[in-house]
Design a protein around this ligand. Structure first.
Ligand SMILES: NC(=O)c1ccc[n+]([C@@H]2O[C@H](COP(=O)([O-])OP(=O)(O)OC[C@H]3O[C@@H](n4cnc5c(N)ncnc54)[C@H](OP(=O)(O)O)[C@@H]3O)[C@@H](O)[C@H]2O)c1
Length: 329
């Protein structure tokens, strides 16, 4: 008989949401620098859908058949050398897989404290999108007064980015294919919104009196590449975070050169432990206080039961959500 059993969402084959099943799994083993967490809730991400379809396998050394990149819960136990956390602490964090489970063993340096007033379901909506948005804006060189075009402004990362841009004293411009989402995003701090109906948006952009965006956060990739370069201000930076609209396209190099612009690609999942730990510290110092003061809020479309994971994947892939979908045990 197994001693410690957890429950988890398992991917039982590559395909649609029907390949997801709740199953009993072995509890993960806790290394000397690890913290064993009793997970209460986990945020759903596009990467989970890609992994389910067989396109985005977990990195080496990470559980291959349990999706989930972020979680919130209570510390159950700690490894021999862990000094920062103790049983009973409320924590949240990112991981490279395995968060859609009742248990995870996470390195102590990748965990953040859950603010006192925040519920676990709210906390599960924070790590992945705020870390991604914070890091992408930092890579883009965000400064007060900058104008930042945030595509898919109603996405999880988009809703986090709008708030971070506003908090930095910069101007948040949002695009979406949905007018309804742009209206909702306005209440988070959008100064300008652009409805994209035909993949064209550069001419509609009024940012900086027509000068263009200093930074563009893009989740669409190929379908927006050429327009993105047109929409950049001189010396602007395009940060490619997602590829929802395709993986390859022509880059108008003449315009890139004339604008002295930069294009950066970024990903969190495959980063080293040292890089993730450093970003976690930055988030603790620079972003978490914003939740305490109320300047920042997790934006959640809905909380669903983990048992409804297949329905949650369908809903996320329908592009109808505004903010995060959180799965709770
Ligand atoms: N690089 C990283 O480390 C990292 C980390 C987190 C997320 N990501 C990626 O960033 C992207 C956004 O993640 P998220 O969790 O914030 O997404 P999300 O909440 O699921 O929102 C994505 C939104 O993108 C828009 N969209 C979808 N397909 C599109 C298309 N073909 N053309 C234009 N717009 C499209 C839709 O909004 P509208 O139709 O309303 O515009 C959709 O609701 C995903 O690709 C995700 O994989 C990357």
């Amino acid at each position: 008989m197994r001693e410690s059993v957890a429950r988890a969402v398992r991917i039982i084959g590559a395909g649609g949401p029907e390949v997801l099943a709740i199953a009993e799994v072995d509890e993960p083993t806790c290394g000397s620098k690890d913290v064993l967490v009793d997970i209460a809730a986990a945020g759903l991400n596009r990467a989970d859908c890609l992994q389910r379809r067989g396109f985005y396998p977990a990195p080496k050394g990470v559980v291959a058949d349990i999706p989930g990149l972020e979680f919130a819960g209570t510390v159950l136990g700690v490894g021999d050398t862990v000094s920062r956390w103790a049983p009973g602490d409320r924590v949240m964090g990112i991981c490279a897989g395995g968060a859609m489970s009742t248990r995870i063993a996470a390195n102590e340096d990748t965990l953040l404290p859950v603010p006192e007033s925040m519920s676990f379901t709210d906390a599960a909506a924070v790590p992945e999108v705020f870390m991604t948005a914070y890091d992408a804006l930092a890579q883009g060189g965000l400064r007060a007064g900058h104008s930042v075009l945030i595509h898919a402004a109603g996405s999880g990362v988009g809703t986090a980015a709008i708030q971070l841009v506003k908090r930095a004293g910069a101007i948040a411009v949002g695009s979406s294919r949905s007018d309804d989402k742009l209206v909702k995003a306005k209440s988070l701090g959008l100064s300008e919104s652009v409805l994209v109906t035909d993949k064209l948006f550069a001419k509609k952009l009024k940012a900086c009196h027509g000068k263009g965006a200093d930074i563009i956060l893009d989740f669409v990739g190929a379908a927006y590449l050429s327009e993105n370069i047109k929409a950049l201000a001189p010396q602007g930076t395009l940060v490619v975070i997602g590829l929802l609209g395709g993986v390859s396209a022509e880059l108008p190099l003449g315009l890139l050169l004339a604008k002295r612009a930069r294009v950066i690609g970024t990903v969190l999942r495959s980063r080293s432990l040292a890089e993730k730990s450093s970003l976690t510290r930055e988030l603790a110092d620079n972003v978490l206080p914003g939740f305490e003061t109320g300047e920042l809020v997790p934006v959640i479309d809905r909380v669903m039961s983990m048992e409804d994971i297949a329905e949650a994947h369908r809903f996320l892939e329908s592009n109808a959500s505004f903010g995060k979908i959180v799965m709770a045990w």
